[in-house]
Design a protein around this ligand. Sequence first.
Ligand code: GCO
Length: 455
Amino acid sequence: MNLQTTQPVYEPKTPLQFPKDFIWGAATSAYQIEGAIYQDGRGVSIWDEFAATVGKTYRGESGAIAIDHYNRYKEDVALMKQLGLGAYRFSIAWPRIFPTGTGMINQKGLDFYDRLVDELLKHNISPIPTLFHWDLPAQLGHAGGWLNRDTANYFADYVEVVSKKLGDRVSHWITVNEPWCASYLGYGVGVHAPGHTSTVEAVQSGHVLMLAHGMAAQRLRANSAASAKIGVALNLVPIYTADDSEATQKKAHERDVFFNSWFIDPIFHGKYTDDFKEVMGNFPQMQDGDLRIISTPIDFVGINYYSREYVSSQEADLTNLKRSAEYTEMGWEVFPDGITAIIERVHAEAPNLPIMITENGAAFDDVVDSDGLVHDIKRINYLAKHLEACHTAIQHSAPLIGYLVWSVFDNYEWAEGYVKRFGLVHVDLQTQKRTIKDSGRWFADFIQNQRNAQP
Ligand code: GCO
């Protein structure tokens, strides 16, 4: 394929050969792409409310229209086919199924995902639904949201309905996406819905979200095909240190607890450690048996990886890094080795658990060129380097089973609005025209080569 780029594409040091049944795909989430917020009886979510609040999102942008995927899903699945995806991770909007979070089922909402799943399967793309990707029904939000234990029970009831409907066709389920973001960004620092600013609430909502994850895992197990795999998607961050000083090591440990152990310890090991209390200030309020539910066995863990955390006691180290490293439009350092490190960290924590990269990708300043195409060489190189680093983890014997790019399409980047473009497919937000970027074509080629190389 002619990518018409003037800059060289990164070539891995040795040819990459991934395992035979490796899952190749890409991801999205409901509120970021669907739009159609008033269509077919969808209820209001906390993100509709948050985005409608002055000053909360960039230019007041919301997911009200987004990329209108709800009405264009057939065209979009056809594009996924062109990209050669073997799997598509999407999320189900809880307020489409239960407009007020609980009570009456909205059949039209359920039917949408039923049609989507069939459309994917028709194109040989495995559906990987996520059950919670932040769009909590507003009514439950008003009743305390994830601070209220009832929300976990309602979530399990919603999961019950969805899994009964789709469980015969789904091979991989994801319960909740990035509980760290939903609790810390949503309840701790208020940059995401519902916009609260309390560490006590962050800790509590994180706990209830994990409880919801555990309850959901149990319902999914009961309602899915015996072969169905159940997992969770965690955004994990490898911590790197500039020096061995005590201060740096202590800080690094605190960051590790904050980003990683907060969710790894309860979900994998059924516990919170004393370190957690030291770093976060308090334990959540719990009931007997919570940690047993939270640590319900799962079949795989999803890692969403974007960047690392670099800790130093010297301001100069951080300034030097800022000067020398490459950054994405999100301001995140491009650090491919970190994906190897975080995969190996999780493998060490849970030696028998398969791992899937459920998100990896980058926002860059894409432009539509005079030829109508998007020559996003930076994204190609980002993906190539991260795939090489995933391959290294496999060579070090990590059980990596799949890799999903964030994202299939340019979409609504939450509080950052629409300027941050992560897609393999460019979307013109005025016309809704989709254009496969060079990175999309590169990824399609990459996947095809992997398939061809299989004996
Ligand atoms: C996430 C989210 C995505 C973001 C992506 C880029 O799980 O954080 O799943 O919704 O768009 O991570 O920030």
